[in-house]
Design a protein around this ligand. Sequence first.
Ligand SMILES: NC(=O)c1ccc[n+]([C@@H]2O[C@H](COP(=O)([O-])OP(=O)(O)OC[C@H]3O[C@@H](n4cnc5c(N)ncnc54)[C@H](O)[C@@H]3O)[C@@H](O)[C@H]2O)c1
Ligand SMILES: Nc1nc(=O)c(N)c(NC[C@H](O)[C@H](O)[C@H](O)COP(=O)(O)O)[nH]1
Length: 252
Amino acid sequence: MSSLVPLDPSLPPFLQPYLPRDVSDSSFPFILLTWAQSLDSRISLEPGVQTIISSKQTKTMTHYIRTQFSGILIGIGTFLADDPGLNCRYGNANSIRPIIVDPHFRSREKLKTSRLVRQVNEKTGLVPIILIDENLKDSVCSLGDFLKGTVQLEFLPTDNSGRFNWTRLFQRVRSIGIGSVMVEGGGSIINNLLLSKRENGEPIIDAIVVTIGPRFLGAKGTEVSPLHSVELKDRKWWAGDCGDAVFAGRVA
Ligand SMILES: NC(=O)c1ccc[n+]([C@@H]2O[C@H](COP(=O)([O-])OP(=O)(O)OC[C@H]3O[C@@H](n4cnc5c(N)ncnc54)[C@H](O)[C@@H]3O)[C@@H](O)[C@H]2O)c1
Ligand SMILES: Nc1nc(=O)c(N)c(NC[C@H](O)[C@H](O)[C@H](O)COP(=O)(O)O)[nH]1
């Protein structure tokens, strides 16, 4: 496990307005959408290929942000590509709950040898939650002792195209006791969530934090570009001596 460089002291005050507020009286968690992209808006060299974009300084920032959240959500594409840790390696905090959006339970085999499960066994990470299409409930339960105690399976309804409704998904996450969720990608999840609204028409996400690495990844890369335009408000930039810039804002 690589150790982190010290946190730049200008980052906590920069990030503070975009970090969780109290949601104890709400049925919805606070949601931050965050990712690292190239100058040409790519988050990996190719779909399914893990690509390091953040510098050491902004990697520490990501782990600092993780200390502020109770859940961290990714899509199955990211789980399969990155075998991520999704734990918190800044300070002594080890209290963030991994959540994987995996309607067809494609993680089934890889979980057994994954970092996520290894960390649970080594007590360096919390039990991950896997969100699965409820139509698979009977077949998945018949797996018996499969990964017992090292993963938590949650079953949710899907629509005609096999997708979860984001509002329902986050309400379920909140009902499990998770009051704040940091969404780290990948491309499909980011593009989708940037456009998603709650039942009252408000954006699903409360804030976005984007690291921009000074390189191009090329046209084969996984692209962040929602289907239509998204206006942002409360916009701020941070630039470090590492060469990265960080954008923070909210969907207008
Ligand atoms: N640079 C970064 O910050 C960053 C962050 C995360 C991932 N990545 C990279 O992104 C790539 C993965 O991105 P991706 O777009 O292929 O995968 P993804 O992680 O976005 O997962 C996509 C899958 O999630 C599921 N999904 C998405 N929305 C859903 C919904 N509403 N309901 C049900 N299921 C839903 C579907 O099965 C879909 O195929 C990898 O190469 C990874 O390394 C980069
Ligand atoms: N901030 C950030 N910079 C990057 O350059 C990059 N590739 C990711 N990608 C996000 C994705 O969620 C990864 O899977 C985790 O960043 C894996 O990292 P961990 O093992 O959890 O520390 N995130």
